[in-house]
Design a protein. Structure first.
Length: 95
């Protein structure tokens, strides 16, 4: 039970760090990926405790890999378009 509380606190902390990230999209993507990995660890431990088959975990892991690839491809196309991954360069009202 203690591990679930620690992982939930880690997820909340990563959520707060994500909203405090103000400089680049790459750091935002890294925080999002660590949130996905933390969620995967929570799910695999929950599936192990409950005794559910790990097929759903493999399905969720596949979707998270697709999400990571999509995020990186969007970041690369954004960098090609604007020349940098700074968040401030994409928001004209935040000067």
């Amino acid at each position: 039970m203690f591990i679930f509380i620690c992982l939930a606190l880690l997820l909340v902390l990563l959520f707060l760090i994500f909203f405090m990230t103000k400089h680049s999209f790459l750091s935002s993507l890294l925080v999002l990926e660590s949130m996905v990995l933390t969620t995967m660890v929570i799910l695999i431990s929950l599936f192990w405790v409950v005794g559910i088959n790990l097929f759903m975990f493999v399905l969720l892991l596949t979707l998270s890999v697709c999400e990571a690839g999509l995020g990186l491809s969007l970041l690369l196309s954004y960098i090609k378009t604007t020349g940098s991954d700074n968040i401030y360069s994409s928001l004209p009202f935040m000067s």
